[in-house]
Ligand binder design. Structure first.
Ligand code: ASP
Length: 295
């Protein structure tokens, strides 16, 4: 069964941000649904959806991302294909507008699967992607946040509004992906969990998962691979996401979205909010939620 789940970050976001986040994940879910209904695969559906969110300045992905300690935007993104086990990811890239598209190309054409900084820029340029000025990714809101440095220290280590998705298509191909600007004020060169296989993303023949929240505890938990393994043991995707977040809670804050091989979605988080949207072929309805108190 064709199915999609999209997240827009996990954190204790103020109420005034609820609507734009819900609008964004809903719009991305529609784009992915249309791609799947057009007979395009889950990889295409996911990248279409995430490009839309990279272009939406509501989110900490692509244009409008948080600035790092040096006042620059550095982006991380990753994709994993559950059928082949292939993955492609990049870290700390500063000259790509849509890193998720460059990751898709890396997945398709390169034997090397994780490129960082200048290495990813060189690959992307060789593949015909335009390299941009880092200033093109910066918006006024984030420049002011950076210049004011009014952030309480704790918020430098807070989760943010990263975006990610998991989809399954007619052929049963499950793909998981994330794209992010990382945490606000992060040191240059810091890469979080979002692009990393087993941490921020995991997909296999039975399920797929994408995580969001504070990267370092998610990496420590190896969160998405744990969710996958819990699913394989229990055949219950809700139990699997809950168990994963229970484990994460020993180390920190975040959330995870997942789909099983039947297209059943699940979302769980230990932050107060995690905007997310789902669609499946059977119900043909897009449902969106900001919190999931029962997970
Ligand atoms: N996990 C991301 C990071 O630590 C942030 C997020 O998901 O909001 O870079």
């Amino acid at each position: 069964m064709k199915s999609i789940i999209i997240h827009g970050g996990a954190w204790n976001m103020p109420e005034k941000l609820d609507k734009p986040h819900l609008r964004g994940v809903e719009a991305a879910c529609k784009v992915a649904r249309d791609a799947l209904l057009d007979g395009r695969g889950s990889l295409e559906a996911i990248t279409d959806a995430l490009v839309l969110l990279e272009e939406d300045t509501t989110f900490d992905a692509g244009v409008g991302s948080f600035l790092n300690a040096a006042g620059d935007v550095e982006l991380d993104a990753g994709i994993m294909d559950g059928t082949t086990g292939d993955y492609a990811c990049c870290g700390a890239v500063s000259k790509l507008r849509n890193p998720i598209l460059a990751c898709k190309r890396l997945l398709e054409v390169s034997p090397n699967k994780l490129l960082v900084c200048e290495g990813m820029h060189i690959f992307a340029r060789e593949q015909g992607f335009t390299l941009i000025d880092n200033d093109d990714l910066k918006i006024e809101r984030e420049i002011e946040r950076y210049e004011g440095t009014k952030l309480p220290v704790a918020s430098y280590f807070s989760p943010s509004d990263t975006v990610g998705a998991v989809a399954i298509d007619d052929g049963g191909h499950i793909v998981a992906a994330n794209t992010t600007g990382g945490t606000p004020g992060k040191p240059s060169g810091r890469v979080g969990d979002s692009p990393l296989v087993g941490c921020g993303i995991y997909a296999g023949p039975h399920a797929g998962a994408a995580a969001t929240g504070l990267g370092e505890p998610i990496i420590k938990t190896v969160l998405t691979k744990r969710v996958y393994d819990y699913y394989c043991e229990s055949n219950d995707i809700s139990r699997a996401t809950s168990a994963g977040i229970r484990d994460l809670a020993h180390h920190g804050w975040g959330g995870v979205i997942a789909l099983d091989k039947h297209g059943t979605p699940s979302a769980c988080h230990n932050t107060t909010k995690m905007p997310h949207a789902t669609w499946d072929e059977k119900s043909d309805k897009i449902e969106k939620k900001i919190g999931n108190p029962r997970c």
